[in-house]
Design a protein around this ligand. Structure first.
Ligand code: XUL
Ligand code: CO
Length: 440
Protein backbone atom coordinates (compact mmCIF):
# COMPACT_ATOMS: atom_id res chain seq x y z
CA UNK A 1 0.00 0.00 0.00
CA UNK A 2 1.41 3.38 -0.95
CA UNK A 3 2.12 6.19 1.50
CA UNK A 4 0.15 9.34 0.65
CA UNK A 5 1.98 11.84 2.84
CA UNK A 6 5.58 10.94 2.12
CA UNK A 7 7.45 13.84 3.67
CA UNK A 8 5.41 13.72 6.89
CA UNK A 9 6.17 11.29 9.70
CA UNK A 10 4.31 10.62 12.91
CA UNK A 11 3.60 14.01 14.54
CA UNK A 12 5.54 14.11 17.81
CA UNK A 13 4.75 16.01 21.00
CA UNK A 14 7.64 18.44 21.44
CA UNK A 15 6.28 20.78 24.11
CA UNK A 16 5.64 24.51 24.21
CA UNK A 17 9.15 25.62 23.31
CA UNK A 18 9.18 23.75 20.00
CA UNK A 19 9.14 25.79 16.78
CA UNK A 20 8.56 22.74 14.60
CA UNK A 21 5.27 23.37 12.73
CA UNK A 22 4.74 19.62 12.34
CA UNK A 23 4.85 18.90 16.08
CA UNK A 24 2.32 19.22 18.91
CA UNK A 25 3.16 21.94 21.42
CA UNK A 26 0.33 21.15 23.84
CA UNK A 27 -1.35 17.87 22.84
CA UNK A 28 0.51 15.15 24.67
CA UNK A 29 -1.79 12.10 24.30
CA UNK A 30 -0.58 10.29 27.42
CA UNK A 31 -0.37 13.29 29.77
CA UNK A 32 -2.86 13.12 32.64
CA UNK A 33 -5.24 16.07 33.01
CA UNK A 34 -8.14 15.83 35.45
CA UNK A 35 -7.48 12.17 36.24
CA UNK A 36 -7.51 10.90 32.63
CA UNK A 37 -5.10 10.99 29.71
CA UNK A 38 -5.56 13.79 27.21
CA UNK A 39 -6.52 11.25 24.53
CA UNK A 40 -9.32 9.96 26.81
CA UNK A 41 -10.49 13.45 27.75
CA UNK A 42 -10.48 14.84 24.23
CA UNK A 43 -11.44 11.85 22.05
CA UNK A 44 -10.49 13.54 18.77
CA UNK A 45 -12.16 12.38 15.58
CA UNK A 46 -11.43 12.95 11.89
CA UNK A 47 -14.42 13.97 9.75
CA UNK A 48 -14.45 11.86 6.61
CA UNK A 49 -16.38 14.38 4.54
CA UNK A 50 -14.13 17.41 4.93
CA UNK A 51 -10.78 15.69 5.26
CA UNK A 52 -11.11 12.90 2.73
CA UNK A 53 -13.58 14.47 0.30
CA UNK A 54 -13.60 18.27 0.64
CA UNK A 55 -11.53 19.77 -2.18
CA UNK A 56 -12.23 23.47 -1.64
CA UNK A 57 -15.15 23.73 -4.08
CA UNK A 58 -17.37 26.71 -3.27
CA UNK A 59 -20.21 28.61 -4.96
CA UNK A 60 -17.72 30.66 -6.93
CA UNK A 61 -15.23 28.10 -8.05
CA UNK A 62 -14.06 24.55 -8.41
CA UNK A 63 -11.83 22.63 -6.06
CA UNK A 64 -8.28 23.68 -5.32
CA UNK A 65 -7.05 20.53 -3.55
CA UNK A 66 -6.72 17.18 -5.28
CA UNK A 67 -8.73 14.71 -3.19
CA UNK A 68 -8.89 11.95 -5.81
CA UNK A 69 -6.23 10.01 -3.90
CA UNK A 70 -4.72 8.97 -7.23
CA UNK A 71 -7.75 6.96 -8.41
CA UNK A 72 -10.40 7.63 -11.08
CA UNK A 73 -12.55 4.53 -10.50
CA UNK A 74 -15.14 5.09 -7.74
CA UNK A 75 -14.52 1.90 -5.78
CA UNK A 76 -10.73 2.20 -6.04
CA UNK A 77 -11.00 5.82 -4.87
CA UNK A 78 -13.21 4.91 -1.92
CA UNK A 79 -10.60 2.34 -0.85
CA UNK A 80 -7.72 4.78 -1.35
CA UNK A 81 -9.63 7.26 0.84
CA UNK A 82 -9.71 4.62 3.57
CA UNK A 83 -5.95 4.04 3.26
CA UNK A 84 -5.25 7.79 3.35
CA UNK A 85 -7.64 8.34 6.31
CA UNK A 86 -5.94 5.66 8.37
CA UNK A 87 -2.53 7.12 7.51
CA UNK A 88 -3.69 10.57 8.70
CA UNK A 89 -5.19 9.15 11.91
CA UNK A 90 -2.03 7.20 12.62
CA UNK A 91 0.34 10.10 11.97
CA UNK A 92 -1.76 12.54 14.03
CA UNK A 93 -2.57 10.09 16.88
CA UNK A 94 -6.32 10.51 16.22
CA UNK A 95 -8.26 7.52 17.57
CA UNK A 96 -11.71 8.07 15.98
CA UNK A 97 -13.45 8.97 12.73
CA UNK A 98 -16.99 10.12 11.81
CA UNK A 99 -18.70 9.46 8.49
CA UNK A 100 -21.71 10.01 6.26
CA UNK A 101 -22.61 6.86 4.32
CA UNK A 102 -22.00 8.60 0.98
CA UNK A 103 -18.55 9.90 1.99
CA UNK A 104 -17.43 6.33 2.43
CA UNK A 105 -18.94 5.17 -0.83
CA UNK A 106 -20.94 7.23 -3.37
CA UNK A 107 -24.35 6.51 -4.90
CA UNK A 108 -24.49 4.10 -7.84
CA UNK A 109 -27.38 3.24 -10.18
CA UNK A 110 -29.79 1.64 -7.71
CA UNK A 111 -30.15 1.58 -3.94
CA UNK A 112 -29.34 -2.15 -3.98
CA UNK A 113 -26.08 -1.54 -5.86
CA UNK A 114 -25.22 1.46 -3.65
CA UNK A 115 -25.76 -0.69 -0.55
CA UNK A 116 -23.63 -3.55 -1.90
CA UNK A 117 -20.75 -1.18 -2.73
CA UNK A 118 -21.03 0.40 0.73
CA UNK A 119 -20.73 -3.08 2.24
CA UNK A 120 -17.51 -3.61 0.31
CA UNK A 121 -16.01 -0.40 1.75
CA UNK A 122 -17.19 -1.02 5.31
CA UNK A 123 -15.63 -4.52 5.10
CA UNK A 124 -12.39 -2.85 4.08
CA UNK A 125 -12.60 -0.32 6.95
CA UNK A 126 -13.45 -3.01 9.48
CA UNK A 127 -10.32 -4.94 8.53
CA UNK A 128 -8.23 -1.77 8.91
CA UNK A 129 -9.80 -1.11 12.32
CA UNK A 130 -8.85 -4.61 13.45
CA UNK A 131 -5.24 -3.94 12.37
CA UNK A 132 -4.91 -0.46 13.89
CA UNK A 133 -7.41 -0.16 16.77
CA UNK A 134 -8.95 3.01 15.25
CA UNK A 135 -12.61 3.50 16.20
CA UNK A 136 -15.79 4.99 14.78
CA UNK A 137 -17.17 7.85 16.92
CA UNK A 138 -20.41 8.17 14.97
CA UNK A 139 -22.07 7.62 11.65
CA UNK A 140 -24.87 9.36 9.79
CA UNK A 141 -26.78 9.26 6.51
CA UNK A 142 -26.26 11.93 3.87
CA UNK A 143 -29.96 12.64 3.30
CA UNK A 144 -29.45 16.12 1.87
CA UNK A 145 -27.12 15.85 -1.13
CA UNK A 146 -29.02 14.07 -3.94
CA UNK A 147 -31.77 16.06 -5.78
CA UNK A 148 -34.43 13.69 -4.35
CA UNK A 149 -33.91 15.50 -1.02
CA UNK A 150 -34.53 18.97 -2.45
CA UNK A 151 -37.63 19.42 -0.23
CA UNK A 152 -36.22 17.53 2.76
CA UNK A 153 -35.87 13.86 3.72
CA UNK A 154 -37.91 13.00 6.83
CA UNK A 155 -39.81 16.26 6.30
CA UNK A 156 -40.31 15.92 2.55
CA UNK A 157 -43.87 16.49 1.28
CA UNK A 158 -43.37 13.23 -0.65
CA UNK A 159 -44.06 9.94 1.17
CA UNK A 160 -41.82 8.20 -1.40
CA UNK A 161 -38.87 10.37 -0.34
CA UNK A 162 -39.67 9.60 3.31
CA UNK A 163 -39.55 5.87 2.49
CA UNK A 164 -36.26 6.29 0.61
CA UNK A 165 -34.79 8.21 3.54
CA UNK A 166 -35.83 5.47 5.97
CA UNK A 167 -34.18 2.87 3.74
CA UNK A 168 -30.97 4.91 3.57
CA UNK A 169 -30.91 5.54 7.33
CA UNK A 170 -31.53 1.84 8.03
CA UNK A 171 -28.41 0.99 6.04
CA UNK A 172 -26.37 3.81 7.65
CA UNK A 173 -27.32 2.53 11.11
CA UNK A 174 -26.22 -0.97 10.07
CA UNK A 175 -22.89 0.45 8.85
CA UNK A 176 -22.43 2.32 12.15
CA UNK A 177 -23.11 -0.84 14.15
CA UNK A 178 -20.78 -2.86 11.90
CA UNK A 179 -17.94 -0.37 12.47
CA UNK A 180 -18.53 -0.34 16.23
CA UNK A 181 -19.79 3.26 16.36
CA UNK A 182 -21.30 4.45 19.63
CA UNK A 183 -23.10 7.42 18.12
CA UNK A 184 -25.65 7.94 15.36
CA UNK A 185 -26.33 11.55 14.28
CA UNK A 186 -29.34 13.27 12.78
CA UNK A 187 -28.37 16.59 11.26
CA UNK A 188 -31.42 18.13 9.61
CA UNK A 189 -29.73 19.62 6.57
CA UNK A 190 -32.89 20.18 4.54
CA UNK A 191 -35.35 19.38 7.33
CA UNK A 192 -36.89 22.84 7.38
CA UNK A 193 -38.42 25.20 4.86
CA UNK A 194 -37.74 27.95 2.38
CA UNK A 195 -41.23 29.50 2.63
CA UNK A 196 -44.24 28.80 4.84
CA UNK A 197 -46.47 29.46 1.81
CA UNK A 198 -45.83 25.91 0.60
CA UNK A 199 -45.25 24.18 3.94
CA UNK A 200 -47.33 22.00 6.27
CA UNK A 201 -45.12 22.50 9.31
CA UNK A 202 -47.18 20.30 11.66
CA UNK A 203 -47.11 17.27 9.36
CA UNK A 204 -43.41 17.73 8.57
CA UNK A 205 -42.45 17.77 12.25
CA UNK A 206 -44.72 14.81 13.09
CA UNK A 207 -43.09 12.87 10.26
CA UNK A 208 -39.57 13.72 11.40
CA UNK A 209 -40.45 12.37 14.85
CA UNK A 210 -41.89 9.22 13.24
CA UNK A 211 -38.63 8.66 11.34
CA UNK A 212 -36.53 9.17 14.46
CA UNK A 213 -38.69 6.78 16.48
CA UNK A 214 -38.46 4.10 13.79
CA UNK A 215 -34.69 4.55 13.65
CA UNK A 216 -34.32 4.09 17.42
CA UNK A 217 -36.54 1.00 17.38
CA UNK A 218 -34.69 -0.56 14.48
CA UNK A 219 -31.21 0.25 15.81
CA UNK A 220 -32.01 -1.21 19.23
CA UNK A 221 -33.47 -4.32 17.54
CA UNK A 222 -30.11 -5.04 15.87
CA UNK A 223 -28.17 -4.59 19.11
CA UNK A 224 -27.07 -0.93 18.87
CA UNK A 225 -26.14 0.23 22.38
CA UNK A 226 -24.78 3.70 21.64
CA UNK A 227 -26.33 7.19 21.70
CA UNK A 228 -28.51 8.98 19.18
CA UNK A 229 -27.72 12.63 18.62
CA UNK A 230 -29.42 15.60 17.06
CA UNK A 231 -27.07 18.28 15.76
CA UNK A 232 -28.85 21.65 15.97
CA UNK A 233 -28.30 24.24 13.24
CA UNK A 234 -30.63 27.19 12.59
CA UNK A 235 -30.16 27.67 8.84
CA UNK A 236 -28.06 26.74 5.82
CA UNK A 237 -28.78 25.11 3.52
CA UNK A 238 -32.48 25.85 4.16
CA UNK A 239 -33.70 29.27 5.27
CA UNK A 240 -35.08 27.79 8.47
CA UNK A 241 -34.15 24.44 9.98
CA UNK A 242 -36.44 22.84 12.55
CA UNK A 243 -33.49 21.85 14.77
CA UNK A 244 -32.73 25.54 15.27
CA UNK A 245 -30.79 25.30 18.53
CA UNK A 246 -30.58 23.09 21.62
CA UNK A 247 -33.54 24.68 23.39
CA UNK A 248 -35.76 24.29 20.30
CA UNK A 249 -34.69 20.67 19.84
CA UNK A 250 -35.43 19.95 23.50
CA UNK A 251 -39.00 21.19 23.03
CA UNK A 252 -39.35 18.94 19.96
CA UNK A 253 -37.94 15.86 21.71
CA UNK A 254 -40.18 16.35 24.73
CA UNK A 255 -43.29 16.86 22.59
CA UNK A 256 -42.74 13.55 20.82
CA UNK A 257 -41.45 11.56 23.82
CA UNK A 258 -37.97 11.22 22.29
CA UNK A 259 -36.07 12.97 25.08
CA UNK A 260 -34.87 9.73 26.65
CA UNK A 261 -33.41 8.51 23.36
CA UNK A 262 -31.60 11.57 22.01
CA UNK A 263 -28.71 13.76 23.15
CA UNK A 264 -27.11 16.75 21.43
CA UNK A 265 -24.17 16.91 19.11
CA UNK A 266 -23.22 20.56 19.56
CA UNK A 267 -21.32 22.29 16.76
CA UNK A 268 -19.50 25.53 17.57
CA UNK A 269 -20.24 27.30 14.29
CA UNK A 270 -23.92 26.25 14.40
CA UNK A 271 -24.19 27.84 17.84
CA UNK A 272 -22.92 31.16 16.54
CA UNK A 273 -25.27 30.99 13.51
CA UNK A 274 -28.11 30.73 16.07
CA UNK A 275 -26.76 33.92 17.72
CA UNK A 276 -25.51 31.96 20.73
CA UNK A 277 -22.05 31.34 22.06
CA UNK A 278 -20.67 27.82 21.81
CA UNK A 279 -20.61 27.73 25.62
CA UNK A 280 -24.31 28.67 25.77
CA UNK A 281 -25.34 25.68 23.67
CA UNK A 282 -23.16 23.34 25.74
CA UNK A 283 -24.58 24.77 28.97
CA UNK A 284 -28.19 24.32 27.85
CA UNK A 285 -27.42 20.70 26.90
CA UNK A 286 -25.57 20.03 30.16
CA UNK A 287 -28.25 21.58 32.37
CA UNK A 288 -30.89 19.45 30.68
CA UNK A 289 -28.94 16.20 30.80
CA UNK A 290 -28.62 15.90 27.02
CA UNK A 291 -24.97 16.73 26.43
CA UNK A 292 -23.59 14.11 24.05
CA UNK A 293 -20.88 15.00 21.57
CA UNK A 294 -19.20 17.96 19.87
CA UNK A 295 -18.49 19.02 16.31
CA UNK A 296 -15.38 21.10 16.91
CA UNK A 297 -14.80 24.05 14.63
CA UNK A 298 -15.17 27.82 14.67
CA UNK A 299 -16.91 30.39 12.55
CA UNK A 300 -15.99 33.93 11.59
CA UNK A 301 -18.03 36.42 13.58
CA UNK A 302 -18.00 38.82 10.63
CA UNK A 303 -19.63 36.27 8.32
CA UNK A 304 -23.15 34.89 8.49
CA UNK A 305 -22.51 31.37 7.24
CA UNK A 306 -20.96 28.10 8.32
CA UNK A 307 -17.27 28.56 7.61
CA UNK A 308 -16.27 25.34 9.41
CA UNK A 309 -12.79 26.57 10.30
CA UNK A 310 -10.41 24.54 12.39
CA UNK A 311 -10.68 25.86 15.96
CA UNK A 312 -7.80 28.05 17.11
CA UNK A 313 -9.56 30.38 19.55
CA UNK A 314 -8.28 29.15 22.91
CA UNK A 315 -10.72 31.27 24.91
CA UNK A 316 -13.56 29.30 23.26
CA UNK A 317 -11.93 25.89 23.57
CA UNK A 318 -11.28 26.58 27.27
CA UNK A 319 -14.92 27.50 27.94
CA UNK A 320 -16.02 24.49 25.90
CA UNK A 321 -13.85 22.07 27.86
CA UNK A 322 -15.02 23.71 31.10
CA UNK A 323 -18.58 22.69 30.18
CA UNK A 324 -17.44 19.21 29.11
CA UNK A 325 -15.59 18.62 32.39
CA UNK A 326 -18.56 19.95 34.38
CA UNK A 327 -20.77 17.50 32.47
CA UNK A 328 -18.51 14.69 33.71
CA UNK A 329 -16.52 14.37 30.47
CA UNK A 330 -17.39 12.48 27.32
CA UNK A 331 -19.04 9.07 27.54
CA UNK A 332 -19.94 7.91 24.03
CA UNK A 333 -19.20 11.29 22.46
CA UNK A 334 -16.01 13.07 21.53
CA UNK A 335 -14.53 16.00 19.61
CA UNK A 336 -15.14 15.57 15.90
CA UNK A 337 -13.31 18.14 13.76
CA UNK A 338 -16.19 19.14 11.50
CA UNK A 339 -13.74 21.57 9.96
CA UNK A 340 -11.91 22.20 6.72
CA UNK A 341 -8.74 23.99 5.69
CA UNK A 342 -9.37 27.28 3.86
CA UNK A 343 -9.67 27.04 0.06
CA UNK A 344 -6.30 28.74 -0.28
CA UNK A 345 -4.67 26.21 2.06
CA UNK A 346 -4.72 23.72 -0.77
CA UNK A 347 -1.66 21.57 -0.21
CA UNK A 348 -2.13 18.14 1.37
CA UNK A 349 0.32 19.20 4.08
CA UNK A 350 -2.28 21.76 5.18
CA UNK A 351 -4.42 18.87 6.49
CA UNK A 352 -1.73 18.27 9.08
CA UNK A 353 -1.27 21.93 10.01
CA UNK A 354 -5.05 22.25 10.41
CA UNK A 355 -5.44 19.27 12.72
CA UNK A 356 -2.34 20.16 14.74
CA UNK A 357 -3.76 23.69 15.25
CA UNK A 358 -7.16 22.33 16.32
CA UNK A 359 -5.77 19.63 18.58
CA UNK A 360 -3.31 21.97 20.28
CA UNK A 361 -6.07 24.57 20.79
CA UNK A 362 -8.24 21.93 22.49
CA UNK A 363 -5.33 20.55 24.54
CA UNK A 364 -4.72 24.08 25.83
CA UNK A 365 -8.45 24.50 26.40
CA UNK A 366 -8.58 21.30 28.44
CA UNK A 367 -5.62 22.34 30.62
CA UNK A 368 -7.11 25.80 31.22
CA UNK A 369 -10.56 24.35 32.02
CA UNK A 370 -9.07 21.94 34.54
CA UNK A 371 -7.13 24.84 36.04
CA UNK A 372 -10.31 26.94 36.31
CA UNK A 373 -11.91 24.11 38.28
CA UNK A 374 -8.84 23.46 40.48
CA UNK A 375 -8.39 27.19 41.09
CA UNK A 376 -11.95 27.33 42.39
CA UNK A 377 -12.37 31.14 42.40
CA UNK A 378 -15.06 31.13 39.69
CA UNK A 379 -17.01 28.23 41.20
CA UNK A 380 -16.82 29.82 44.65
CA UNK A 381 -18.07 33.14 43.30
CA UNK A 382 -21.06 31.44 41.70
CA UNK A 383 -21.84 29.40 44.85
CA UNK A 384 -21.66 32.55 47.03
CA UNK A 385 -23.85 34.47 44.57
CA UNK A 386 -26.65 31.96 45.06
CA UNK A 387 -26.11 31.41 48.79
CA UNK A 388 -29.53 32.86 49.67
CA UNK A 389 -31.10 29.66 48.29
CA UNK A 390 -29.40 27.43 50.85
CA UNK A 391 -31.01 28.83 54.02
CA UNK A 392 -34.05 30.78 55.24
CA UNK A 393 -36.69 31.85 52.75
CA UNK A 394 -34.66 30.59 49.76
CA UNK A 395 -34.51 27.08 51.18
CA UNK A 396 -38.24 27.22 52.03
CA UNK A 397 -39.03 28.10 48.39
CA UNK A 398 -36.89 25.24 47.07
CA UNK A 399 -38.40 22.82 49.60
CA UNK A 400 -41.90 23.83 48.49
CA UNK A 401 -42.70 25.23 51.93
CA UNK A 402 -43.50 28.79 50.84
CA UNK A 403 -46.60 29.83 48.91
CA UNK A 404 -47.53 33.21 47.45
CA UNK A 405 -49.15 34.39 50.68
CA UNK A 406 -46.11 33.43 52.75
CA UNK A 407 -43.82 35.23 50.31
CA UNK A 408 -46.00 38.34 50.45
CA UNK A 409 -45.86 38.30 54.24
CA UNK A 410 -42.07 37.89 54.10
CA UNK A 411 -41.64 40.77 51.63
CA UNK A 412 -43.94 43.09 53.62
CA UNK A 413 -41.96 42.47 56.80
CA UNK A 414 -38.55 42.63 55.09
CA UNK A 415 -38.97 45.96 53.26
CA UNK A 416 -36.59 47.05 50.44
CA UNK A 417 -33.95 44.45 49.54
CA UNK A 418 -31.89 46.25 46.88
CA UNK A 419 -29.08 47.02 49.31
CA UNK A 420 -28.51 43.34 50.01
CA UNK A 421 -27.63 42.57 46.37
CA UNK A 422 -23.99 41.93 45.54
CA UNK A 423 -22.22 43.01 42.36
CA UNK A 424 -22.10 40.55 39.43
CA UNK A 425 -18.35 41.29 39.22
CA UNK A 426 -18.19 40.38 35.53
CA UNK A 427 -14.96 42.28 34.87
CA UNK A 428 -13.26 40.74 37.89
CA UNK A 429 -14.27 37.26 36.73
CA UNK A 430 -13.07 37.93 33.17
CA UNK A 431 -9.77 39.02 34.63
CA UNK A 432 -9.56 35.84 36.71
CA UNK A 433 -10.10 33.88 33.50
CA UNK A 434 -7.23 35.80 31.84
CA UNK A 435 -5.06 35.24 34.87
CA UNK A 436 -5.70 31.49 34.70
CA UNK A 437 -5.22 31.35 30.93
CA UNK A 438 -1.99 33.26 30.75
CA UNK A 439 -0.26 31.91 33.82
CA UNK A 440 -0.50 28.33 32.52
C1 XUL B 1 -23.28 20.57 8.39
C2 XUL B 1 -22.79 19.64 9.41
C3 XUL B 1 -22.84 18.20 9.04
C4 XUL B 1 -23.11 17.28 10.17
C5 XUL B 1 -23.24 15.83 9.78
O1 XUL B 1 -23.30 21.89 8.78
O2 XUL B 1 -22.34 20.04 10.45
O3 XUL B 1 -21.64 17.88 8.42
O4 XUL B 1 -22.12 17.36 11.14
O5 XUL B 1 -24.19 15.62 8.80
CO1 CO C 1 -21.43 19.10 12.04
Amino acid sequence: MSEFFKGIGKIPFEGKDSKNPLAFKHYNPDEIVGGKTMREQLKFALSWWHTMGGDGTDMFGCGTTDKTWGESDSVARAKAKVDAAFEIMDKLSIDYFCFHDRDLSPEYGSLAETNAKLDEITDYIKAKQAETGKKCLWGTAKCFDHPRFMHGAGTSPSADVFAFSAAQIKKAVEATVKLGGNGYVFWGGREGYETLLNTNMGLEQDNMARLMKMTVEYARSIGYKGDFYIEPKPKEPTKHQYDFDTATVLGFLRKYGLDKDFKMNIEANHATLAQHTFQHELRVARENGVFGSIDANQGDTLLGWDTDQFPTNVYETALCMYEVLKAGGFTNGGLNFDAKARRGSFELEDIFHSYIAGMDAFALGLKIAQKMIDDGRIDKFVADRYASWTTGIGKDIIDGKADMAALEKYALEKGEVVDSLGSGRQEMLENIMNDIMFSL
